[in-house]
Design a protein around this ligand. Sequence first.
Ligand code: HEC
Ligand code: HEC
Length: 147
Amino acid sequence: MMKILKHILKSALLASLVGIGFQAVPVLADPVYSLRGLVGVEDESEMIPNRRAMAVDGGIDVSFDDQPPMVPHSIDNTRITLHENSCLGCHSKDNQKESKAARPPRSHYRTRDGEKLREISTGRYFCTQCHAPQAYTEPLVENEFRN
Ligand code: HEC
Ligand code: HEC
């Protein structure tokens, strides 16, 4: 209860600070909720259930030029560490013929200065930095993006 009160007070204070110059009377604005709700940073929030990973034959359409395509399969059993990258177990030049996984484009085998490399560039090693898996779930926040 105290936490909620504190939160409301904080939001009211912020709202009044922002309001200075525009209106003389502070306005009690709606509290701003994070996606975790009103859970303190040091408190544990409710576990979010794992959603079923989206699997799409033929891949997921990109929405804009140069978008890293989204991962059209589950990556639950993959690991990317200093010593192993299981994405490359299917996606590397050597393995993709057998696995039928899309081959990373040439850009992934070049240094920043454009020199060719035999192995995947270190700048592309952490695949999930750019390629996000998808799940069957509702969007957390409204999104009106159109491609
Ligand atoms: C067991 C083999 C396997 C593993 C492991 C694997 N992939 Fe794939 N991946 C595939 C196959 C097969 C496809 C092609 C699916 C299709 O198009 O129907 C694919 C497609 C993709 C695509 C879509 C490419 C496009 O042009 O749309 C991306 C991106 C991708 N994988 C990223 C990853 C990442 C990142 C990892 C590691 C976290 C990973 N994959 C691990 C087999 C694998
Ligand atoms: C720094 C961001 C970044 C990282 C890291 C990265 N990629 Fe990509 N990837 C991209 C972008 C952007 C594209 C599409 C544009 C292009 O051709 O470069 C792409 C395209 C692809 C494609 C599609 C090829 C096709 O023909 O449609 C595959 C497959 C792929 N990446 C696999 C991987 C794998 C596997 C890794 C990890 C070893 C990885 N990528 C790491 C940004 C990244």
